[in-house]
Design a protein around this ligand. Structure first.
Ligand code: ZN
Length: 268
């Protein structure tokens, strides 16, 4: 890892040139990305663009968590995969595909279904978490664990021609429970994994999530915290809806946490 901390290597300077030309990134920012760890939970319609952009952009260590296998009906939106991958593990296939960007990137494969028992150990090593799952049970599991461990994360959901996303920085911005309370029952909300979705809609929302991860890692700009980004592709209307700023849920109100946001990175 010493090579990553000494400064941008000549090869990296060219590889990430267009990143470093962004004033908010620069070489220092690119080095920070190369030393960052992001976990993407769900390597599907949202996870594909997130993983592709984060790997292409030089986030040094990416965790890929998904217990599923590629199916034929995935291919219309899950752009990490091709026809030959049907039946294979998404995790391992994604790693193979993403490894083509550059050999210095590290990929951690987590071929598991997240549970209340395994979620904390899974997210602990990472600086930022992407919720790219398609069901409320998983979304609330991720929310609760990230709040407990004070890991910033990006939440998103897509269905048909609509998408929404927001970023949560625990203890600083409202979480899913502050806003929505309990996970809605499946009888009142249609399951996203059984609904339609236009692939490009997931692509746009996933690209927003990847951008939020980079901004958070670099500590630049204004995150989608306390604000819900919504997009209606049918009318092409984007909205950023302000959310109640109060940290009202029991998870957010708890005190005496021993963890820190972006440990070791909060002062840079
Ligand atoms: Zn909360």
């Amino acid at each position: 890892m010493a090579e990553k901390t000494a400064g941008l290597q000549e090869l990296h300077r060219e590889l990430y040139l267009r990143n470093t030309l962004v004033p908010e990134v620069g070489e220092a920012g690119q080095l920070r990305l190369l030393n960052s760890r992001v976990l993407v939970i769900g390597a599907g319609g949202l996870g594909s663009p997130v993983l592709l952009y984060l790997a292409a952009g030089g986030v040094g260590e990416l965790g890929i968590a998904d217990h599923d296998e590629v199916s034929l009906s995935n291919l219309q939106r899950q752009i990490l995969y091709g026809r030959d991958d049907v039946g294979n593990s998404k995790c391992f296939t994604a790693r193979e595909r993403l490894s083509r960007f550059h050999p210095h990137l590290q990929f951690n494969v987590h071929p598991l279904k997240i549970t209340a028992e395994n979620i904390r150990a899974l997210i602990e090593p990472y600086h930022f978490v992407i919720d790219a799952t398609d069901n409320f049970e998983a979304k609330f599991l991720i929310n609760d664990a990230c709040v407990r461990l004070e890991k910033p994360f990006s939440h998103a959901g897509v269905m048909n021609l609509h998408g929404q996303t927001m970023t949560v920085v625990p203890r600083r911005s409202p979480c899913l429970r502050c806003i929505f309370g309990e996970a809605p029952s499946e009888s009142v909300v249609p399951r996203a994994d059984q609904s339609g979705i236009l692939g490009s809609v997931a692509g746009v929302i996933g690209a927003v999530q990847a951008t939020e991860a980079v901004k958070c890692l670099l500590q630049v700009g204004e995150l989608l915290t306390g604000r819900l980004f919504t997009w209606d592709a049918l009318t092409m209307v984007f909205r950023v809806v302000p959310l109640p700023g109060d940290l009202t849920c029991a998870y957010c109100r708890q005190e005496n946490s021993t963890h820190h946001i972006l440990e070791g990175q909060q002062d840079g």
